[in-house]
Design a protein around this ligand. Sequence first.
Ligand code: AMP
Length: 274
Amino acid sequence: MAIYSIRMRASKNNEHISGAERIASSMDIQKTVSALINRALLHEIGKPDEINISVERLKQKKIKKLKALNITTILVDDYKQGRQCASQLLELIGVDKRAIKKAMDYMANGASPDKKNMRGAMIIDYKTGKRIEPDRYRGIRASRMDIAKQAEARLISTLKKMRINNPYIREAIVLATKVANAPETIAELCWSDEPSYQAGYVASKRFGYVRFPYLKEKGSPFGGRAFFIDSKKLDLEMYINFLEQQAVLITRIGRCKPPVNWNTFLNEAVIPAP
Ligand code: AMP
């Protein structure tokens, strides 16, 4: 059966307001396109001026199948505590304090040069905090990724049990799994630009998808993503090519652990049981 990458992006006043994508068989193209258009029309910012849909056939053999990252939620009282724990986790993964602070400052104030949200992610050196993405307005957009139907059903049921099921988290897990599986990625930091969505995450191969219910002030329109890498070792072109072009399908889900506080997380995840 022919398999397609279907991508939607919507804009208003010449600014990107929403984007989403799926991988679907030829049989499912129509309903997938219609769901993506509905999503663009229902965006909280208002009706878009333009909706672009692209449908592109994928070479099936070239689709990389991956297992989703394990999911952990760390309970925090507010976004300040959330950012503090997220910083500590990034440090544990090996990201330097300087780089963490720079990434968070950018994300909290609009990371593009005109102080707006970027459409994609920053690529940040894990030691110096230097940004190396070629276009600071657009950033790098991870693309051509999705979760297979059966795995999605399992993921939804697991997330429901944990009372954290929503489309943002499902899509973020797919994106974070793809990004973390690029060998060059040291860690990812993300919080949404949707004013009403305060949760965010730190993702890495070692600790999986670690979610913080609050990483952003309520009502803030600023969000973003930072992919931390070692710029001394990175082949930037190859890295970007993987993130943007390599088709990835999640076929298995990881473990989803009950929420824990920071100290419990440290004891369980960092100090291995004897
Ligand atoms: P969202 O989680 O969709 O609210 O996105 C939060 C931020 O992540 C956006 O402001 C973008 O900077 C970035 N972003 C969104 N989608 C992607 C993507 N596909 N790849 C890389 N970065 C993204």
